[in-house]
Design a protein around this ligand. Structure first.
Ligand SMILES: NC(=O)c1ccc[n+]([C@@H]2O[C@H](COP(=O)([O-])OP(=O)(O)OC[C@H]3O[C@@H](n4cnc5c(N)ncnc54)[C@H](O)[C@@H]3O)[C@@H](O)[C@H]2O)c1
Length: 333
């Protein structure tokens, strides 16, 4: 049995707590959150212990692994503490919003050889995975284009927006990682980004974006289009198209049920899509955790590494440079 400490008992932390509890080889020992009420909620839900301090949560001898799901600016500090304590680390994306902090963290932990996996859950979605495999085994021939559509159901509140660090580093970072995953060993070399606040007053107020489009190019010349919105009235819109010389794979939207309505007013209408990420990527969140547990037990390298987290942030930074300058930016890892 692997004993876990969970740091952060918010939206995604609570979901991870349930996954840890449900896994046959893991146990949630401690939860820690600066918001005591949220930590108590997880204690009630799971039956674990509320850690008195971050030190107790991370350093306790009976803890094997730490799952970091606290607010983004806390990640590097907790990764470093956990690595120094010799604990395996699963950390939510992004590692940090500032590349200098990511580099400093990488230097600080380089001598502590613990497994670290970053929470890019979309790599584990079975349909996206099939699209990636179709590229890897050349089922679609030579890869020529990737098209990713990723739109949230509704914009978050202003407090979330202020803490999130910008649309590209908070949301598009998933799509930058998915792009790198599908491309395999063919790196992104250029990006151009457009964005604006078209409908969300909060995004406008803090000079963030709610709508964005990106064109990227890989070293081999593959063209990638990503489009994002903070609002899709029909639900969480997640589609990936992988196009090549021998055809195309589409990882399409998934719906909670298969009902289709035929009435005097319309035919073939379906219910709205899954509400948001927790519902749409339920299987992916479980599979990414299974993978992490496997790596810790078998002492293998995680499939989504610290370096992957860093590289997605490098692309997001280049996207902001492009947005500000109106130019195509060369991406250097
Ligand atoms: N992979 C995904 O699909 C996904 C989805 C949502 C969020 N996330 C990431 O997960 C992280 C948390 O996001 P969320 O939506 O759950 O946010 P949230 O605001 O609901 O939860 C964050 C929690 O961190 C706690 N916290 C803040 N400072 C802390 C500290 N110093 N020590 C311990 N706890 C602290 C807060 O009290 C809060 O309970 C973010 O980094 C976010 O980017 C990833």
């Amino acid at each position: 049995m692997l004993n876990f400490s969970l740091i952060g008992a918010g939206r995604i932390g609570k979901m991870h707590a349930k996954i840890i509890k449900a896994h046959p080889k893991t146990n949630l020992k401690y939860v820690f959150d600066v918001n005591s009420k949220l930590a108590n909620d997880v204690v009630k839900l799971i039956g674990c212990t509320k850690a008195k301090s971050i030190e107790q949560a991370i350093n306790s001898k009976n803890v094997d692994a730490v799952l970091i799901a606290s607010a983004t600016p806390t990640h590097t500090k907790y990764i470093t503490l956990a690595a120094k304590a010799g604990k395996a680390v699963f950390c939510e994306k992004p590692i940090d919003l500032n590349i200098n902090n990511v580099n400093a963290c990488q230097r600080d932990i380089q001598n502590f050889k613990v497994p670290i996996q970053i929470g890019f859950n979309r790599r584990f979605d079975l349909s996206h995975l099939k699209a990636q495999k179709a590229r890897a085994n050349k089922e679609i021939g030579e890869l020529e284009m990737i098209v990713i559509t990723s739109r949230d159901p509704k914009p978050p509140g202003i407090d979330y927006l202020k803490a999130a660090g910008g649309f590209f580093r908070d949301a598009t970072i998933h799509d930058f990682d998915l792009t790198r995953f599908i491309l395999g060993d063919d790196p992104v070399v250029q990006i151009s980004a457009f964005g604006g606040a078209l409908f969300d007053k909060n995004a406008k107020k803090i000079k963030d974006q709610d709508t964005a489009m990106f064109i990227l190019k890989s070293k081999k010349g593959v063209l990638i289009h990503i489009n994002n919105s903070r609002r899709a009235v029909y639900g969480y819109d997640q589609r990936v198209e992988v196009f090549g010389s021998k055809g195309m794979i589409i990882s399409n939207n998934q719906v909670p049920n298969s009902v289709e309505r035929f009435t005097s007013k319309s035919t073939n209408t379906k219910d709205t899509l899954h509400f948001f990420f927790i519902e749409r990527y339920e299987q992916a969140y479980k599979d990414q955790f299974n993978e992490f547990v496997k790596c810790v037990i078998k002492k293998t390298t995680p499939k989504v590494t610290f370096e992957d987290g860093k590289n997605a942030l490098i692309i997001a930074n280049a996207a902001y440079k492009s947005l500000k300058s109106g130019k195509v930016i060369n991406v250097k890892f």
